[in-house]
Write a protein of this length. Sequence first.
Length: 262
Amino acid sequence: MTGAGGRLNGKRIFLTGAAQGIGRAIAKACLREGAALFLVDRDATLLEKTVRELAAAGDRLAFAVADIADATAIQGAVKEAGKTIGTPNALINNAGVNVFNEPLDTDDEAWARCFDINLKGAWHCCRSLLPGIMEQGGGAIVNIASTHSFTIIPHTFPYPVAKHALLGMTKALALEYAGQGVRVNAIAPGYVETQKNIDYWNGFSDPQAARAETLAMHPGGRIATPDEIAMAAVFMISDECPFMNAACLVIDGGLSVLQHPA
């Protein structure tokens, strides 16, 4: 069974943080374009719900409940992927967690949680999958970074530190393994209409006003949809950009280059 678009036919993608938001949108888009997918998330309930929604893909879809911060669990998931969809030739590191604090209010536990998931977890996946990708003659890795990878919003420490490091890892791995046919790139979304952002707005006394304030920050008066991030991931995993390597595609509607509102 092949996808309607076919842009990802032959791609076997290991996708983390797949149960909701951007991850779920990426899963839907990649399946639609013909990829086989192995989905990973630590939330069993949400992951199983997403898999049920995508079940029409049949043998092009498999999954495992695993925390990317657990290297052993990821190694097990990679082995399971090999048994179900075949050895992956692509990886999308989407899983992440918001850890926002004042710097001096950040304790060791918060620091470790931020880096264990946003950086070390991505490395666990890269380290486990790179040998198989290279054995197949190459493939693609896409790390879902953030505009926090090159800008700083006060009171969001240490999240931007980890995301800066993720972008650095993207570039380092890209140069290290380019000769083995591996492309490693990043996508840096800005504000996206996900449940996390909806929950953030709902934390205010006037959620609609909080949402409107966020939208008004953007030159186009809106924020991205998960599907808009997903289609960028499809492009970067596909064979349509074979010379794109060590790059970061920014998808924020121009917000990160806006010096101040007019």
